[in-house]
Write a protein that binds this ligand. Structure first.
Ligand SMILES: [Zn+2]
Length: 811
């Protein structure tokens, strides 16, 4: 799955990691599922029968059956683990249910089955002998949720009934009387054997079907469509039905592969082409890097949502992507990588989620690196210049720096104990973020080819089997030298500060090598007209002469020190250029001799003077102008800027900027609001503006602490700061009517402050990429900021005057 990390505050419980690993090397006992189901979409009802051919590989006196849809009830573990939004739904109703109406084992009726504590799991007692054939026949009814919750249910927006984990599924028999049978949880996915599936689906005639199985045909009979499909050696069966699916098929003859793309609404043809192209590219690439894709079809289903848990979901041969994100590549890459890591190499997603998610995320990064020329980030971030790479590494970069000093256990990726106090968010971070980073670190030591060789061996040894962590680590151990493996192992289990950096000393560059780095480090050097890439040894001495920029091609704990950019210190002309531009702008506005505009021009000048040093500091210490303009590095600039700020905060400049801005705001206000010859104290105005600043700081702080955005809190904040301006006006005019009218004008002031704040945030968002790319466009930002500031004052004064006038008229 592609996770949007759940915002939960939980505590990690560690368990001994040796206890965690599931049993390896067991054989499949469930030979096949033959499912027949009739779906009544109007009634949200499925009537199904299934025959499970069960040939136990071990003796057992019971079987476990998963009834996943019963998770949507208050008694389930899923409810306990779920975020509060889902909890509040389940408190009111039970949106879905699977009921078994009959169950026979070799024609013997069974009635002694009951829930195993959790409604998503039942135990059926029966004596099974190893190697003997059993046929388990189950009749069941499933109620489809009327909303899509966790990867299943109906959605009003895409009008699709999406059925995953929708039929009783047998758990995994791993040894004599030993079962891997975990109840459905919000925190982990699924685990099943490889079996043969056949499906016969009866649906109203106007409905279309998509499944991950291979379609055999459709017949129409008595206003019903009968759809048949099957597939061999697969671990799941998923179905979607809708009246309006738009499905396109593309055959890649050379690769013996057909790709299907199903959309719930028509999308532009170029976009479809891009998705096909990407999917084909990724399947081919991963086939060559890891091992061949073993099926001859692959399906992509693009619906409005997958239902509150991530932005995409993998099934064997089929991926489900929700379209509430702009980045098809990222989700596609990740979910396609799962075709190897869980699809064909059957990792246990319930107890070893770090394996499938870690490796899928690692290859997602590898693919995004190949794709740097073709940036496709989520649309909302695209405007900011954030690309795939940033998307991974901004959170990683910040979280690592923040967490690196925490107790070492917290860095251990082998964690599964989610309890109600547990830390789902942090554990997901370890699976999705930390694990791939550790692999990237290993890659920087041993090279991409060696990593791919390890995965090739895993593939060859465990294709359609269920390796556990120990199995996988032993392959790493065999392929790595002792030291590399030791560091790799340490990085997996601790918050090791693996870091490498660069610094300039006496006219040449030196490498700051963390003790975990043993190999030469790849470095990219850019001079005036040349670009060069070389492997750097400690003894190498790289002269800083003529070097414009230097970048260590390494993913490590602190990305901020991996760069050297020829900074402003060596580039006085930039200062002069900036100063002249400011001066020019000032005179242009000065030329327009309207008094109000002149005031505005002053405001722009002040703001420019105040903000320019901070801006130059951030940009110039991070990247040079040429790098932004030409985007020389496929490595992304935003990550570096943020890493730079986080790891090396320009605190003094920030404080000074804040202080000057505060004073300027107060002085501007006195110019704008006061009446002629009014007596006032600049001190009270300063205090008032200080209150605004403190409130803003407090508000930002509360966002950090709660890690969530509350509309209520935001409105409260707007309300508080909206009162500052009229009070300022009172201090400058000493007119008591302003205060007496304040309660009446609160709503208007509130509205104008709300508009102002939202505009400010929007403009900051929209202009940020420009001034990162073109440093001097900061001037445009400052101009807009100054104009907004003026409009805000003007509107506030108008509102205040309006209420005073109203009072005069009334009296
Ligand atoms: Zn995933």
């Amino acid at each position: 799955m592609m996770s949007i990390l759940p915002k939960k505050r939980l505590i990690i419980v560690l368990i001994n990691f040796f206890m965690l690993f599931t049993l390896s090397a067991f054989a499949e006992s469930v030979k096949s599922y033959e499912i027949e189901a009739s779906i009544n979409p109007e009634k949200f009802q499925i009537d199904g029968r299934e025959k499970i051919n069960f040939v136990p590989e071990y003796d057992t006196d019971k079987i476990y059956l998963h009834l996943y849809w019963n998770g949507l009830s208050k008694k389930s573990l899923l409810y306990k683990d779920a975020p509060s939004s889902l909890k509040s739904v389940l408190e009111k109703k039970t949106p879905s249910k699977i009921t078994i109406s009959s169950l026979t084992i070799n024609n013997r009726e069974k009635s002694n089955f009951h829930n195993e504590k959790d409604p998503t799991l039942i135990k059926v007692k029966h004596n099974f002998t190893e190697g003997k054939k059993y046929s388990i026949n189950i009749a069941f009814k499933s109620k489809i949720p009327e909303k899509r919750y966790i990867r299943f249910g109906y959605s009003k927006e895409d009008k699709t009934y999406w059925l995953s984990q929708w039929f009783p599924k047998i758990a995994v028999l791993t040894g004599e009387n030993q079962w891997d049978a975990k109840p459905f949880s919000y925190n982990y996915e699924f685990f099943h054997e490889y079996s043969d599936y056949s499906l016969k689906l009866t649906i109203p005639k106007e409905y279309k079907v998509i499944t991950n199985l291979k379609k055999l045909g459709i017949k129409t009979k008595a206003e019903k469509n009968i759809y048949r499909a099957k597939e061999k050696n697969i671990s799941d069966c998923v179905v979607g039905i809708s009246k309006n699916f738009y499905t396109k098929k593309k055959i890649f003859k050379k690769d013996n592969l057909s790709i299907y793309l199903t959309n719930y609404k028509k999308i532009p043809e170029e976009k479809e082409e891009k998705i096909f192209e990407r999917a084909h590219f990724v399947i081919k690439k991963l086939s060559s890097l890891i091992g061949p894709y073993k099926y001859d079809e692959f399906k992509i289903v693009n619906l409005s949502t997958i239902g509150d848990n991530g932005s995409g979901m993998e099934y064997p041969k089929l991926v489900h992507i929700g379209s509430n994100h702009g980045d098809y590549n990222r989700v596609l890459d990740h979910e396609i990588a799962h075709q190897w890591f869980y699809g064909m190499i059957g990792f246990n997603q319930t107890s070893e989620g770090w394996l499938d998610e870690g490796y899928a995320s690692y290859y997602e990064i590898r693919l995004s690196e190949m794709d740097s020329g073709n940036r496709e980030a989520p649309s909302s971030f695209k405007n900011m210049g954030v690309n795939n790479f940033d998307f991974h590494h901004i959170p990683v970069s910040i979280a690592w720096i923040k967490n690196v000093n925490k107790s070492p256990e917290k860095g251990n990726i082998f964690q599964t104990e989610f309890n109600s106090e547990g830390n789902g968010y942090k554990i997901m971070f370890l699976y999705y973020m930390k694990h791939p980073i550790v692999l990237k670190f290993l890659e920087s030591e041993v090279g991409k080819k060696n990593i791919d060789d390890v995965f090739k061996q895993i593939y060859n040894k465990y294709l359609f089997k269920h390796p556990n962590t120990e199995d996988i680590l032993s392959i790493f151990k065999k392929n790595l030298n002792k030291k590399d493996y030791k560091i790799f192992n340490k990085n997996l289990r601790t918050y090791a500060k693996s870091d490498v950096g660069v610094k300039k000393e006496n006219g040449s560059f030196k490498i700051i090598r963390g003790k975990d780095y043993t190999k030469k480090i790849k470095v990219a050097i850019k001079k005036e007209n040349t670009e060069q890439s070389l492997f750097w040894d400690d003894t190498d001495n790289i002269s800083a002469k003529n070097v414009k920029s230097l970048y260590l091609n390494n993913l490590d704990y602190n990305l901020g020190n991996n760069f050297f950019i020829n900074s402003i210190k060596h580039n006085l002309s930039n200062y002069i250029y900036a100063f002249l531009l400011l001066l020019g702008l000032y005179f242009i506005i000065k030329l327009i001799k309207h008094s109000k505009i002149t005031f505005l021009s002053k405001n722009i000048l002040y703001n420019s003077l105040i903000f320019t040093p901070l801006f130059i500091y951030i940009v110039q210490t991070t990247f040079s102008k040429t790098i932004f303009n030409k985007m020389d590095f496929d490595f992304s600039y935003i990550t570096a800027v943020i890493s730079r700020i986080v790891s090396n905060p320009p605190i003094i400049i920030s404080i000074l900027t804040g202080l000057f801005f505060l004073i300027k705001i107060s002085i501007s206000s006195t110019f704008y609001y006061r009446k002629k010859d009014a007596t006032y104290s600049i001190f009270s105005i300063l205090i008032l503006d200080l209150v605004t600043f403190l409130l803003t700081g407090l508000y930002i702080f509360s966002l950090f602490i709660t890690k969530s955005f509350s509309i209520f809190l935001f409105m409260l904040f707007i309300l508080a700061i909206s009162l500052i301006e009229p009070i300022k006006i009172y201090f400058l005019r000493k007119d008591p009517r302003i205060i007496t009218n304040l309660p009446m004008s609160v709503l208007s002031h509130f509205a104008i402050t709300l508009i102002y704040t939202v505009l400010l945030i929007m403009i900051l968002f929209m202009t940020a990429p420009f001034f990162l790319k073109f440093p001097f466009s900061i001037l445009i930002f400052i101009a807009i900021l100054s104009i907004l500031e003026q409009i805000y004052r003007w509107a506030t004064l108008k509102i205040t005057k309006h209420y005073i006038r109203k009072e005069l008229n009334e009296s």
